[in-house]
Structure formats: C-alpha cells, structure tokens
Design a protein around this ligand. Structure first.
Ligand code: E4P
Length: 375
C-alpha cells in the first residue's frame, strides 16, 4: 500500500484540524478544555500520520506533505491564539507572574477560570498532604507506600501541567536534616522527568545548593525554597551563576517571617534591591502569602513572581485585579523591620552563612507532613 493518505483521510484530518483549532480558540477562556481539544487533535493526527512512520513507510505524495504542513500550520496557529488569549486576559500593566500555591488540580482549574490566565503553580509536601484525594485516602485509614506517594505526586503535577503547559510547576524534593545532596539530586532527576515544565524545589541549605548547582548543570530548573534571609538569596544567586533567566527562582517566605514577628515584605524589597546589581538570572518568587496586602505590596514592589492560595487570587480578582503601584501604603503593623545588607552576590556561595532557624523548622514540617502520608 502506498504511503499517501486517501482523500477521505485527508479531508478527515483537515476537518479535525479546523474543529480542533476552532474549539481551542473559541471555547471559554479556560485552558483546560482548550488543551483537551488540542491534545485530542494532535493525538488523532498522530494516529493518521504517525502510525505510517512506525510501519517504516516513507512520505511519497503531495497529499501527505500538504497534510503535514497544514498540521504544523494549525498547531502554530493554536499556540499563537493561546498566547493572544493569555495576554488578552491578563491586566495590561501586570509584569509580575502569578502562580497558584496549591497541591490540588481542581484549584488550578478554578484559578484559571477566575483569572483567565495562570503563569504557574507551586506545590510542596504540606500542600500535597492537603490534597483532597490524599486526605480522603488517609481518612479511610489507607496510607501510601513509598512508591504510591511518588506516583500520586506525579499524577497531580501531570494534571496541573496539562492545564498550564506553558507555565511553570514547582515540585519539591523530600528533604529532612539528614538528606544528602546525592539523594536530592536523584529525586530532582526523577521529578524533572515527570513533566516538561518543572522547577525542582530544593531547600537553601549547603546540600540543597550543592544539588541545585548540579541540577542547573544538567539543564533542569530550580526553585530554591525556605528562604528567610538576604544572605540565603545571595547564596542562591552565587551558586547558580551561569543559569539562564527563568531557570532559577528563589522563594522568600513572607508569611512565616511575619509569624516570627519580622516584616517578611522587607525581605522581598531587600532581595529585589540586591539583585539589581546582578545579571537577572534569579527571579524572586514571593511565597507564604497570607493576605491580600502581601499580594498587593509584592505587585507594587515589582516582584518577578507571586504564588498565592486560591482564596487570595479570588480576592484580588473580585476587587478588579488592580496592579498596585509603588505608592501603595503597606501596613507592616508592629512587625520588626528587616534592614538591608550590602552583600556581594558575586562571592563564593560556600562563604555565605546559610543558617536560619526557620529554614530548619520548615524542613522539619515538610518532612513530617510528607511522612504522615506514608504507612
Ligand atoms: C510555596 O512555594 C511555599 O511552599 C508556600 O507558599 C509556603 O506557604 P506557607 O508558609 O503558608 O506554608
């Protein structure tokens, strides 16, 4: 049998393309259904064309080439439309990327619906333990095995990734005070293979930074978590020098600093100021956002990224998705000021004092929540 597609196949494929494109463009501004149709469309075309490749048959006819070209043109059109829609939905003056902080794909769907766009999502062991499916399982008295818990995590991030294929999804390695860099690296390698848009979360500790520099060398991306000091942010910069912009995030935890009676938002301000002297390869991701004031002040300061729980994203949109400016009056109440330090970000990261008690406490809490899932 010749390689050429029959006329019916050609027409069918073309129809699928037009249908898929139309669905992906005109459906309501939720990436979910659009992606679903896009994926179906690609899958059907793969069946029509890819199977022939498997059979080792070679393209011989104009009809095949025409189909292939129109397939690619259709795909490019869809991507183009998604970008236009994405940009159309976000406030014009919004420079900061908005992430959802959650381990629940249903919340991803909801966030996309209310915002009209979503730039990414952060997960962590505590958020995974709060995933409704995981909680229901535990309530039934069924715990996960070591393998099952990673399969579960993978399944969750795959679902999220399908909804925001162009965004970033942070996946956190399991780490306690004793986890060596080698083990973090092995987990990072495995997690980076789950989805194509992962940032691997590693703690800002000596071993965490050792692992991070290897992850970066291997061409993957990192989100350095549990940041509570400007020195830690300087060390992240120094340890990942040479990385491309977008490959490294640093996550200062503002809410937990507030809980500690320090003004967490000062740390954001200080890190952004310190990074002005750098090459821009590390992006500051405001994490542990507890209220709309944190969110609005982060926008006003020009943070690169904010990750926030769904309820705060809702509050923001209900109030008109306003992008606050630098004159926004942030009320730090009685929280202690965190003063700016002059730090040379081009030094050796090994020379920085990485210790912060909240980083250690954070590791402990994440590992406890993760271990509670395993029986
Ligand atoms: C996100 O990357 C962080 O893990 C998260 O924002 C921490 O939030 P929490 O301090 O409310 O646990």
């Amino acid at each position: 049998m010749a390689w050429a597609l029959s006329e019916q196949q050609f027409i069918l494929s073309g129809t699928r393309q037009v249908f898929g494109t139309a669905c992906s463009v005109f459906l309501k501004p939720s990436f979910g259904p659009r992606c679903w149709f896009t994926n179906c469309w690609i899958f059907l075309n793969k069946i029509a064309l890819g199977e022939k490749v498997k059979q080792n048959k070679r393209p011989e006819s104009f009809s095949y080439l025409a189909n292939l070209i129109s397939l690619w043109a259709g795909l490019i059109f869809i991507i183009f439309c998604q970008i236009i829609f994405h940009n159309f939905m976000r406030p014009e003056n919004l420079k900061t990327k908005i992430f959802l902080d959650s381990g629940d794909p249903n919340e991803t769907r909801e966030a996309i619906k209310i915002l009209g766009f979503l730039d990414g999502q952060t997960t962590n062991p505590t958020l995974m333990a709060r995933n409704p499916e995981a909680m229901a399982r535990l309530e039934r008295g069924e715990k996960f095995s070591q393998k099952e818990v990673y399969d579960f995590y993978r399944n969750v991030v795959e679902k999220i990734s399908a909804m925001i294929p162009g965004g970033s999804i942070s996946i956190e390695v399991y780490a306690d005070a004793k986890t060596p860099a080698k083990e973090m690296l092995a987990q990072a390698k495995e997690m980076a293979s789950w989805i194509s848009n992962a940032h691997i979360k590693l703690p800002i500790t000596i071993v965490g930074l050792e692992a991070a520099s290897e992850v970066i060398k291997a061409g993957a991306r990192v989100n350095m978590t549990l940041c509570f000091s400007q020195v830690q942010a300087a060390a992240v910069y120094a340890a990942t020098r040479g990385a491309k912009k977008g490959d490294v995030f640093v996550s200062p935890f503002v809410g937990r600093l507030d809980d500690h009676d320090e003004n967490g938002m000062d740390l954001i301000k200080n890190i952004l100021k310190m990074y002005e002297a750098g090459d821009g390869h590390v992006e500051a991701l405001v994490a542990s956002v507890r209220n709309i004031e944190h969110f609005l002040w982060s926008l006003a300061l020009g943070a690169d990224i904010i990750t926030a729980p769904l309820k705060i994203l809702k509050e923001w949109t209900e109030n008109g998705s306003i992008v606050s400016s630098y004159d926004y009056a942030y009320d730090a109440k009685n929280l202690k000021e965190i003063t700016y330090q002059d730090i040379n970000i081009n030094g050796f990261w090994q020379n920085f004092n990485l210790f912060h008690e909240l980083t250690d406490k954070g590791l402990e809490r994440f590992s406890q929540d993760w271990n509670a899932l395993i029986g």
